[in-house]
Design a protein around this ligand. Structure first.
Ligand code: ZN
Length: 133
């Protein structure tokens, strides 16, 4: 299966820096998990996936637009990506992982994204503390 976009792309690096800045440790591209997720926080059973808006067809996002002249070529490929994303996400959830999807276009709004990630990670952090006590 061809790589979907490339690993270590700059949006991913930005998100890694954000998560690191929030004080969390993580593992990268964990091959033992469905879809080889980008950022994995084992202790929090949480995953952050950074997705390119085009490759992963971000809903109505302007960056996901496929030129009409190329739809015959891209249509089926992108449809497969989307399906695989959904399947992986379902598998991860069944395994008890929480998944936060970060879209490439969100990386442009750093402050908002930072807040969203902090909320996502803190929620699980608190749950763990309660369970452990
Ligand atoms: Zn987008």
């Amino acid at each position: 299966m061809a790589r979907i976009g490339s690993r270590n792309t700059s949006p991913e690096l930005t998100v890694r820096r954000l998560v690191h800045g929030l004080g969390y440790r993580f593992r990268l591209h964990v091959a033992s998990l469905p879809g080889r997720p980008d950022i994995v926080l084992p202790r929090l059973k949480s995953i952050i996936e950074v997705r390119g808006c085009f490759w992963h067809q971000h809903g109505k996002c302007i960056d996901s637009h496929v030129p009409k002249s190329r739809i015959g070529y891209w249509g089926p490929k992108l449809e497969r990506n989307k399906l695989r994303d959904q399947q992986n996400r379902r598998k991860l959830r069944k395994l008890g992982w929480r998944v936060c999807i970060v879209w490439e276009c969100e990386v442009k709004k750093l402050e908002a994204l930072g807040h969203r990630l902090a909320r996502f990670l803190e929620a699980r952090g608190r749950t763990n503390v309660r369970k452990g006590s």
